[in-house]
Design a protein around this ligand. Sequence first.
Ligand code: 5CA
Length: 440
Amino acid sequence: MRLSRAFIPTLKENPVDAKIVSHRLMLRAGLIRQHAAGIYNWLPIGTEVLKNISSIVREEQDSTGAQEIIMPTVQSAELWKESGRYNDYGPEMLRIQDRQDRDMLYGPTHEEVVTDIFRNNIRSYKDLPINLYQIHWKFRDEIRPRFGVMRGREFLMKDAYSFDLTYDDACHSYNKMFISYLRIFKRLGLKAIPMIADSGPIGGSLSHEFIVMAATGESKVYCDRELLSKEIEPHIDYDSNLQDAVDDWTKYYAVTEDKYSSEDSNIKSKDIISANGIEVGHIFHFGHKYSKPLNASIKGTNGKDIFPFMGSYGIGVSRLVAAIIEANNDEKGIIWPEIVAPYKIGLISLKVGDLEVDNLVESLYQKINSKGYSVLYDDREERAGVKFSDMDLIGIPWQIIIGPKGIKEGYLELKSRKTNQLFQVRLDNIEQSLLQYVSP
Ligand code: 5CA
């Protein structure tokens, strides 16, 4: 993409009402614009980052055997009256009436809808286990939307729902999501720690939140220091028994504030740290909480009707954009991990209008584009300083810098946004040399 044609409305000044760094940088780098309180427009590079995060979430969820669907954002209130949550959910639910005066709502979550799909289409234990997920918009009329997309009213969530024949099978489904979440957050360059959590309005007795430690996080957590350096095993076979792998994480003390008791900390206080964190995921096992009231029974192995055990598993996809920025920024702007960056390479011409430079940069732009690299080419007639600071603000991981001096001497400069290191890359063997540092 040529920057002269790209819609990336950057801001020079810090927006005054943005209180945390990710909110400031998302506005300044032109990722989002507010539409109404807690409701945002996602502009091109914000959209690109959401797509990149969604792809990783999708790949990892698919590899567990979960299947992607799309459910409606606007739901009928009838189902919620059946489950008993219509009144319980409270003012966070946006309730609407259609022209027939029927009660509708904008979905804050989808347990009822997915259970309705299940009961209308699945009849036998032979169809279990099944896990259905979507990546879709939710609306919660949060009392205090704040920090930009960190706590929005409309936000993008990955929500998965599992159905199992037995409690043990349901534990296996829960464990699969537990491990899958650790893998997803690691791929996104985040350290997210699973912590025992309160299940709130979703319900059930077993639940873990995945927390990324951050001073600006809204969740207060207590956890064993050792978890901060714990790594996930690189390989996983989802058909194998995952209990040991999960126990290896849950054997440490790690709880959110609701589950904390000061007596716990007395026992081993020296190992336990208290900190703030961002809740990027939350998984729940709630057994028959929805399958029974919605009468989603199927034929069991002995021909008798049984209710499936259920769980649900959420990831805050739009919140992750903010969480990644909180973890990856400096005074100049965002520092995207390559895997989510809106563009991997920024191409900066130091002298637009110089024929030799223009020709070389143009041909290089075509070449690296055709090799599958995503490139943002700053072709504007701006001072070099402006170009550098825009690329740094937007956070492109690699910047190729070309000027008349380098051309004369037969090289270009490649700068790493993260380390600020400069590498000289020879012009006569550019693809090979680039591959050393950046993969498409
Ligand atoms: N149905 C379950 C799991 S599918 C559910 O709704 N869980 S949740 O309420 O915990 O939400 C899942 C994730 O969505 C949270 O862990 C958080 O990362 C994200 N999330 C929740 N509320 C918001 C919000 N207001 N703004 C941005 N992200 C949010």
